[in-house]
Design a protein around this ligand. Structure first.
Ligand code: MLT
Length: 256
């Protein structure tokens, strides 16, 4: 268990706990943390192990380790239950938390993510990205992701913001995360047991975790509601913050 660097804004209940995407850090959610602060909702945004200000912690060996870190953070902050918001890799972590620490969950927002494990092609892509991270740096990993994660007409400021976040990450942390994602188990069979209010968001132009994956989540999780952001890519919280925040605040209301 590691002591994650984090932002902790506000107090009271419900609490929203964020799990960021790869290869990003908690700053990816700054617009969501701001929106929750304005709405007087308690927000906790950590840097997962190996990323951001948690870069020097011992590397996590698995997605489950990241979920355990989040629960340890809730324990340290005296928070019993949280609405967990995870985008992409953060969604894998949120699903692990839902599966292994269900009593700590009061709501779930799964954005641009999926329940399935890596197939052989995805594992090969991980190996290529591990080489890129080691030899060319994290920016090369991000640039290779771009055609799958951002539409050709993506806002330049959004692309530069995401590129800047990626460039700030430690290659060793990124390699550890690629290995953890490559080895994560299939979470599909546990979806039906999720019993908290759940929202699923996907960008219609997300080719990394496309609509079909979001539909699997929304169909399998009882009562889950799906929102498709037309024209958005993979990083919906950065690309389309107003619509993302509307879904998040609606979920928070449902969890009161
Ligand atoms: C992410 O955005 O976290 C990644 O695209 C997830 C993945 O590579 O599976």
């Amino acid at each position: 268990m590691a002591h994650l660097a984090h932002e902790n804004v506000g107090s009271g209940s419900p609490v929203v706990l964020f799990a960021h995407a790869f290869p990003m850090d908690r700053r990816m959610y700054r617009r969501q943390v701001d929106a929750l602060a304005k709405a007087n909702v308690h927000a906790i945004a950590p840097d997962l192990r190996g990323f951001g200000a948690s870069r020097d912690l011992p590397k996590a060996g698995s997605i489950d380790d990241h979920a355990d870190d989040l629960v340890a953070l809730l324990d340290r902050l005296g928070v019993e239950r949280a609405v967990v918001c995870g985008l992409s890799m953060g969604g894998y972590v949120a699903l692990s938390l839902a599966r292994r620490h269900a009593s700590r969950l009061s709501g779930l927002l799964l954005a641009d993510t999926k329940a399935g494990a890596d197939d052989d092609a995805a594992k090969q892509a991980r190996a290529a990205n591990i080489e890129r991270a080691r030899h060319d740096g994290v920016i090369a990993v991000f640039d290779a992701m771009v055609p799958n994660v951002l539409p050709p007409d993506a806002d330049r400021a959004v692309v530069e913001e995401l590129r800047g976040l990626a460039a700030a990450q430690d290659p060793a942390g990124v390699v550890a995360a690629l290995e953890a994602m490559r080895d994560r188990p299939d979470a599909t069979s546990a979806l039906a047991s999720i019993s908290v209010p759940t929202r699923v968001i996907v960008g219609s132009a997300d080719r990394a975790t496309p609509l079909a994956q979001a539909e699997i989540l929304a169909r399998a999780i009882p009562g889950a509601q799906l929102t498709v952001l037309e024209g958005a890519g993979h990083f919906t919280c950065v690309e389309r913050p107003s619509e993302f925040n509307r879904v998040l605040l609606d979920l928070v209301s449902a969890c009161r």
